[in-house]
Design a protein around this ligand. Structure first.
Ligand SMILES: NC(=O)NCCC[C@H](N)C(=O)O
Length: 420
């Protein structure tokens, strides 16, 4: 008797109740042709300070993905956005929805005139257009070099996902790509009730949200996330998830600290890496709690973030200074994302090698500092089991860091496994 042909079904989960729980599934994007299209004239509009050596950037990114695969130790842990979009675009409905929403999103680009032709492109051609702005049609759209910073496309909090509303035109299409994936990739079919969309007019980018615990979330009010964005995200979290406390950090509205995760990240249950000039400030935190109606908040003004977090988490925290004690090193290494660590498990973190004063500080706090290459070769034949020692892994190379985003910015975790 023959068995019916079965179609492999991949399904995903939204499960992030803390920034540091062991990683299970993460969305990334290894940069490709879109990064080759950044020109000196366009780079600032495209939010790039420099022209990157693309092959090097790709090699650095692949090494980072290899690290994730090794640490998670399971197939399908690292999801590439292009693979997800390719699967979604297999459906004609998805391609039409993408084109239709794109025309509405950026009316100034005059894509309406080619809407029918765009929707009639082959799935691969439309995929290429979505990333690079290039197609066989006589129209011009800009590329998406920032797609590699998948963090900013959304935020997963507990079992919900909030889709970002980017602050800049350069990144608007990225959230649309994610939206099409969420709405049309069969793997997300069971999760659509748990996707939160924000209203028009507010801005919010995923790098401004950090999940401290199932009840406590941090939000940056930043160059990229507006006050309206903060209010709507907080309201949605209070009404739809177990979150009860939102700590809003008021950041200087400047490129160097464009998102909260450029100045603050969790590295273990009781340690955070911080940029002292901003995080040691007093009076820049607002504590929001739900009010009697969805329109109301109860607010409180804690002295500073450390005090507020320690009270809410009910444990002492160590704030490790990015760049060490020297203010010049702090500024230089914050600029190259020294404070933007990504936790693969509690006390197992990855950062850019170039931030060596920060790594020195990690060493002083009991971390064994290793390069990604030596980590991967050490565990080539055996699985890595987190929990035996604190590890700070150095990502080698200097190209990715010139995009102004670090390892946390380059990852959108969908699921983490809470420790038992
Ligand atoms: N979460 C982050 O801080 N992401 C970094 C984004 C860098 C990108 N070049 C941007 O300006 O949006």
């Amino acid at each position: 008797m023959s068995t019916p042909a079965s179609v492999p079904t991949v399904s995903f989960r939204f499960a992030v109740v803390s920034e540091i729980d062991p990683l299970q599934q993460v969305i990334v994007h290894t940069p490709g042709a879109e990064l080759e299209l950044v020109t000196p004239e366009q780079r600032l509009t495209l939010l790039f300070d420099d022209i990157l050596f693309v092959e090097e950037a790709q090699a650095e990114h692949r090494q980072m993905c290899a690290l994730f695969e090794k640490v998670v130790g399971a197939e399908g842990a690292v999801l590439q956005i292009t693979d997800l979009l390719r699967t979604a675009f297999a459906s004609e409905e998805a391609r039409e929805a993408f084109v239709e929403q794109l025309c509405r999103l950026q009316p100034e680009a005059n894509l309406q005139a080619f809407a029918r032709e765009l929707a009639a492109l082959s799935p691969d051609e439309l995929l290429h257009f979505a990333l690079t702005g290039q197609s066989p049609l006589p129209l011009n759209a800009f590329p998406l070099p920032n797609l590699l910073f998948t963090r900013d496309l959304a935020a997963v909090v507990n079992d919900h996902l909030i889709v970002s509303h980017p602050a800049t035109a350069a990144r608007a299409r990225e959230s649309l790509i994610l939206r099409v994936i969420l709405e049309h990739h069969p793997g997300f079919a069971g999760l659509r009730e748990r996707i939160i969309y924000l209203p028009e007019g507010v801005t919010f980018e995923g790098g401004d949200l950090l999940v401290a615990s199932p009840e406590v979330v941090l939000l940056g009010h930043s160059e990229r996330t507006s006050l309206g964005g903060v209010a709507h995200v907080a309201r949605a979290l209070f009404s739809r998830t177990s979150v009860r406390h939102v700590l809003v950090v008021d950041l200087p509205k400047q490129r160097a600290s464009m998102h909260l995760d450029t100045v603050f990240t969790f590295v273990s249950a009781d340690e955070c890496v911080v940029f002292p000039p901003i995080l040691h400030q007093e009076g820049n935190v607002l504590h929001l709690m739900a009010g009697d109606t969805p329109e109301q908040f109860v607010t409180e003004m804690p002295p500073d973030l450390k005090t507020a977090l320690e009270r809410l988490l009910d444990r002492p925290l160590t704030f490790i200074p990015c760049g060490g004690d020297n203010p010049v090193h702090q500024k230089r290494e914050q600029w190259t994302d020294g404070a933007n660590f990504f936790a693969l498990a509690p006390g197992v973190v990855v950062g850019y090698e170039r931030n060596h004063y920060t790594f020195e500080e990690m060493r002083r706090h009991g971390y064994r500092v290793v390069t990604a290459e030596s980590f991967l070769s050490y565990y080539a034949e055996s699985p890595f089991v987190p929990g035996t020692e604190k590890l700070a892994i150095k990502l080698e190379g200097n190209e990715l860091s010139r995009g102004r985003g670090g390892p946390r910015c380059m990852t959108l975790p969908l699921a983490r496994q809470p420790l038992g």
